[in-house]
Ligand binder design. Structure first.
Ligand code: DX5
Ligand code: ZN
Length: 233
């Protein structure tokens, strides 16, 4: 079962290696997996869509060889259509693309699916939920950015909570049980709230890797996230 199907029933933790030591990614991934990571979130940045530059398909391919859990690849790049095949070949199990750069979002989502990869659409904090309306029945998951993308360690934007609820309502109205992922400023203190709003895939970078014990931080985050499932949405 892919990460997406498991997220329909439970809450998945997806540590973001953006905040890990890039010289020791294998160790970082192993620690997160020992702590119960369900996915590894990989942030791809091109220096155009976002100010930062990170990694490309060769690194994803190497990570794929050592990771036991599926790779969730978040493309923060201007022309994702040019690269989706390369990231699929590199081993992405899930791939998300930003609606802000895609005039033909429907086509891109189906192109990702045709490669056998779960397709997600991402909304920046300033992008309204209505931007997803016409593809609400097509997406395998939706990623709500709760910071402006580009860097780890930023502060969670509170407006993201009603936004997650609104995305859930939109997907439900389309009859799509696709899970909602949330990314940016998530930690053990606020994770239960976003889960209660309907988020089911939790990305966390600094809250996992900027700690003395990433294994324990992953475990603690998961326990805190699960406490949100029982809370009223
Ligand atoms: C930000 C990235 C995030 C980042 C999150 O642009 O998309 O995945 O790693 O980092 P934290 O959890 O530190 O906000
Ligand atoms: Zn991300």
């Amino acid at each position: 079962m892919s990460g997406v199907e498991r997220a329909v029933e439970g809450v998945l933790i997806a540590p973001s290696i953006l905040s890990a030591d890039f010289a020791a990614l294998g160790d970082a991934i192993a620690a997160a997996e020992r702590g119960g990571a369900d996915l590894i979130h990989v942030d791809v940045m091109d220096g155009h869509f976002v100010p930062n530059i990170t990694i490309g398909p060769p690194v994803v391919k190497s990570i794929r060889r050592v990771a036991k859990v599926p790779l969730d690849v978040h493309l923060m790049i201007e022309e994702p259509d040019r690269y989706i095949e390369a990231f699929a070949e590199a081993g992405a199990a899930m791939m998300s693309v930003h609606v802000e750069v895609l005039p033909h979002l429907h086509r891109t989502i189906h192109a990702i699916k045709a490669l056998g990869v779960r397709a997600g659409a991402v909304l920046n904090p300033s992008t309204p939920v209505v931007a997803l309306e016409e593809v609400a029945g097509d997406v395998d998951f939706v990623l709500v950015m709760s910071v402006n993308p580009g860097f780890g360690g930023q502060t969670f934007i509170p407006r993201s909570e009603p936004k997650v609820r609104a995305v859930r309502a939109l997907l439900d109205a389309a009859g799509n049980r696709a899970p909602i992922e949330i990314d940016g400023g998530i930690d053990a203190h606020n994770v239960a709230r976003v889960v209660a709003c309907g988020a089911r895939i939790i990305v966390a970078g600094s809250a996992v890797f900027h700690t003395a014990d990433p294994e324990r931080a992953t475990r603690d985050l998961k326990a805190a996230a699960l406490s949100g499932v029982a809370s009223p949405a």
